[in-house]
Every structure is written in structure tokens, then in C-alpha cells.
Design a protein around this ligand. Structure first.
Ligand SMILES: Cc1cc2nc3c(=O)[nH]c(=O)nc-3n(C[C@H](O)[C@H](O)[C@H](O)COP(=O)(O)OP(=O)(O)OC[C@H]3O[C@@H](n4cnc5c(N)ncnc54)[C@H](O)[C@@H]3O)c2cc1C
Ligand code: FES
Length: 258
């Protein structure tokens, strides 16, 4: 569904990372794991809407966290309070409920991937979760204080905040048998987590993928990734069947951007 919204806040909260808050008249029903496709300009440049995970939402508000990486996000960072923005959503599937048989739940977000997990952390708070955030350095850490409410810990590549190294450095010390991991971030991170999961018994990784997208509606097939099936492999659309998948079933396509 299309929504007309008004910017209520658009603020830089870390290095080139912004927090955008929108208010809608029409009510919406968003769930953790879903995303919105934002139209960042009234002109044809950029032509495509831009997908962003839902950081938080109520019946009349949606929040996203975005990193300025190109033309679309640069334009978005110029939006002021009171300006109008149209978005399509909420799109995609959601993080499934915690299945029976898991004793521990860990949320792992790399870069802006942590945005997608905030909404879920709020929902699962009472279950005694732990959240691991990975960032390049201290200046890229997203809402450190907010995530402390959810037992948030941080890994930075240069060690300027929290543990030095990738999220897997912390995950290694936390991982036990019967753990469910929800994750979002670069594909390489999701597969490194899946590899680690294989070192314990009954560990499942449910990961939200951020493939390149065109339409966001399942029509253009620009977002397909390969999943393993009993007969071989098949393509699935991240915007329609995803973005959340059982990472064990995904065929790793090799390093990409981010
Ligand atoms: C389901 C989904 C959820 C997402 N959630 C978030 C989010 O919460 N916060 C956030 O900051 N970003 C998120 N992204 C990525 C975001 O959509 C892109 O960064 C954004 O569209 C870039 O737009 P641009 O016009 O500024 O840059 P472009 O000019 O389109 O690209 C700039 C650079 O970023 C790279 N890039 C663009 N899209 C992607 C992508 N999907 N994966 C890896 N590299 C990419 C390009 O290769 C290029 O190098 C998400 C993507 C998807 C598919
Ligand atoms: S973005 Fe067009 S099919 Fe997924």
C-alpha cells in the first residue's frame, strides 16, 4: 500500500548514518523484518524507490535508519521536518516467532543491518535476548544507549568501541547449543554466522538479506537469490519471499558491496 507521510525528524546520529521519522495519516501495520520502499525525490532522478528496513513503527509512524551511500540517500538526508515523502509498504515477510526447542536468542546486526533488528528486539525484550552490533569504528555505532536496554554489546573492526573484530568474535563466546540467531547485515556476515552455527547443536540462523532491488513488488526479478531445494536450487525474490530466510538454505553468491 502507498502512504503519504510527513517528516517529523531527520537527524545524523552517527558518521553518515541518519535516523528518519515519518508520520502518516493512514494507519499501517508493520512487523519486525519488513521494509518500506521510499520515494526520495519528486523528479525521475533517482528513478527507483529505495528500500529501508523498519527500525520502529506504530499505527501512524515509521522510522528508518539509513547510511548515505549514493544519490538517493544523499537526497534523503536533505529532507527537512514538515516535508512530504511517499512510501510503499510495509513490504516483505517478517522474522518468524521463536520456534520451540531454542533456549537462547541472539540478535546480530552488521552496519545498518542493526536497524532491522531494533523492532524485533523491542518485541522479544522479555525473552532475555542479547544483541550484538558490528560497526567499522566508534563513529559508526548506531544508538549504543538504546541497544543497551536489550543487552546490547558492540564489536568494531578497529577496536575503538567494544570488542575488536567482527560480530563473530563476540558470537563465538556467546553461542551455545539450542540457540536461535536473528541476523541482518552484509551477506558475508550472514554466512560467517551460519558457519559458526555449525559448530554447535541445534543452532538456527534467520537472516534478513539486503539484495539490490528494483520494483520491490516481485515483478522485476532484480532481487533474486538462490535457495537449496531437495532437487537442487531455485531462485527466490528477496522482496516477496524474503527478506528473511533460513540462512542454511541460501546459496552464497560471493562478496558484494556494503
Ligand atoms: C530489504 C532491504 C532493506 C534495507 N535496509 C536498509 C537500512 O535499514 N538502512 C540502510 O542504510 N540501507 C538499507 N538497505 C540498502 C539501501 O536500500 C541502499 O543503501 C540504498 O538504496 C542506496 O541508495 P542510493 O541511491 O543512496 O545509492 P546507490 O547509488 O543506489 O548505491 C550507492 C552504493 O551502494 C551500493 N548499494 C546499493 N544498494 C545496495 C544493497 N541493497 N546492498 C549492498 N549495496 C548496495 C551500490 O552498489 C553503490 O555502491 C536495504 C536494502 C534492502 C534491499
Ligand atoms: S525488487 Fe523487483 S522482484 Fe524484487
Amino acid at each position: 500500500m502507498y502512504y503519504d507521510s510527513i517528516v517529523t525528524e531527520n537527524k545524523e546520529i552517527a558518521s553518515a548514518i541518519w535516523h528518519l521519522k515519518l508520520k502518516t495519516k493512514k494507519t499501517l501495520k508493520a512487523k519486525p523484518g519488513q521494509f518500506i520502499n521510499l520515494r526520495v525525490s519528486e523528479t525521475l532522478v533517482p528513478f527507483l524507490r529505495k528500500p529501508f528496513s523498519i527500525f520502529d513503527a506504530t499505527a501512524n509512524t515509521v522510522e528508518v535508519i539509513y547510511k548515505v551511500t549514493g544519490e538517493g540517500t544523499k537526497l534523503l538526508s536533505g529532507k527537512k521536518k514538515g516535508e512530504a515523502l511517499n512510501f510503499l509498504g510495509p513490504l516483505g515477510n517478517t522474522y518468524p516467532e521463536v520456534p520451540k526447542g531454542f533456549k537462547k536468542v541472539i540478535l546480530v546486526g552488521g552496519g545498518t543491518g542493526i536497524a532491522s533488528l531494533h523492532f524485533l528486539a523491542k518485541k522479544l525484550k522479555k525473552k532475555g535476548i542479547k544483541v550484538i552490533q558490528g560497526a567499522r569504528n566508534k563513529s559508526c555505532v548506531i544508538h549504543k544507549k538504546k541497544f543497551e536496554e536489550y543487552q546490547g554489546v558492540i564489536a568494531t573492526e578497529d577496536g575503538s568501541c567494544g570488542t575488536k573484530g567482527f560480530v563473530t568474535e563476540i558470537l563465538k563466546t556467546q553461542l551455545k547449543d539450542n540457540t536461535l540467531i536473528y541476523a541482518c547485515g552484509p551477506e558475508q556476515m550472514l554466512f560467517a554466522i551460519q558457519k559458526l552455527a555449525g559448530t554447535k547443536k541445534n543452532v538456527k540462523v534467520l537472516g534478513a538479506f539486503e539484495a539490490y532491488m528494483g520494483c520491490g513488488l516481485g515483478a522485476c526479478l532484480s532481487c533474486v537469490i538462490e535457495v537449496k531445494t531437495p532437487k537442487g536450487t531455485e531462485n527466490v525474490r528477496v522482496c516477496k519471499e524474503g527478506p528473511v530466510f533460513d540462512v542454511e538454505k541460501i546459496v552464497f553468491s560471493g562478496p558484494r558491496g556494503n
